[in-house]
Ligand binder design. Sequence first.
Ligand code: GAP
Length: 474
Amino acid sequence: MELPVTDSPTQAPSDVAPAIANLETIVSLSKRRGFVFPSSEIYGGINAVWDYGPLGVELKNNVKRAWWRAMVQEREDIVGLDAGILMHPKVWVTSGHVGSFSDPLVECGTCHRRYRLDELPGAENLTASDLTDPTVIERYKLICPNDGGPLSPPRRFNLMFETHIGPVQDDSSIVYFRPETAQGSYVNFKNVQQSSRKKIPFGIAQVGKSFRNEISPGNFVFRMREFEQMEMQYFVRPDEAAAIFEEWLPRRWDWYVRYGVTPERLRFREHAPDELAHYAKKAIDVEYRFPFGWKELEGIHNRGDFDLSRHAEASGENLEYFDPATEEHFIPYIVETAGGADRAAFTFLIDSYREEEVRGEKRVVLGLNADLAPYKVAVLPLLKKRPEIVELCHKLRADLAKDMLAVYDDTAAIGKLYRRQDEIGTPWCVTVDVDSLEDGAVTVRDRDSMTQERVPLEGVKQLIVDRLAAARGG
Ligand code: GAP
């Protein structure tokens, strides 16, 4: 497969149209239907933290499960881990985060607002060395986007959140909220390798919360201060790292496509040498065409032996691997796939949104892959005044609910009930009508084609289970 690659971070966003023109479409749908709410809203909200509502938590859980299925369940060479969010503070000194996990911050001399230098209007073409250059503001004639005021020269701002462990609050009790899950996999490399008896190449996968005190969060859940990552660290022979890195690119691309992202709205972007993170030998991002431009969805990194060498040196622990096939001892290289659960869920939401006209009326559909959809099936009575119909609906829903999330709704006429389920992505509606009482069959209506088929009651669950398996490619 030929995959589009670019090395330009500033490629005009107009070349491929986004799935939605305006982010507000998804923000308001999310609020109205219960996908995502502003955190602590009754107190005015807290910047860059979002809460997942009843539908959002289902969607995000399904995204995480789909990732785990592809990365752990379906592979013999990758195992899972759930390391602590708080770690020994030396981890973050050794990893380089205390020293260099920072963004360039500038401050307006009049309104005192703070910005990430590389996100200012007019800063699109800055190089990595510009970001630390004290003359950059003058050279590029950058001004405060709020009031046009003068900006300070950039200074580095560390993104890690600190707290104290234990009852004494002094410098010796400082610990950090992890800014990535990856370090938990590195410090557990030996534990996992020895307990699971995995031979190189093998991987450790983790899903969990990470925290970054981002200077300019925003674009809804795209950049938050508390978020979830889905990261996999693949330990390989040094001489195989470059080839294995290349293998992970189409695999991760395919995962997004398998779950519904339009391939034309994806691209790879390679990091320029002066843009690489402190740990990376090579980095390629999977980017998505968001309504606000091409942005990183996931990073694939060749981290070399940076992490294990540094942790071995700082901890005094021997983190070498013994290869029984070649009888060599070596520090493995690491190929990392680093994605975000929130960013992936956000992408699936945006990319699945569509508006159609059906018989002169607007129909909003979230065409989510059925495996990701919050509700798999809605059971609806055609006549809610008939107790036998309602009873049959509840019985059917309870039976379906043993295997999948199924809901009952009778709060509107059937056409409206269908539209409500379309808007939240429910792939199938099952309608019970008067005939069902006689013939023991119900109508299964498909979200995308809107076709309806008559199915015997006892066959409904299997039909949906089979279609779900097909949706996840199994
Ligand atoms: N371990 C490497 C690492 O953390 P990263 O590119 O900084 O790499 C990986 O982060 C992924 O985590 C990103 O591609 C994105 O999906 C997600 N992510 C990072 N910062 C985020 C933020 N502030 N809000 C939401 N997701 C974020």
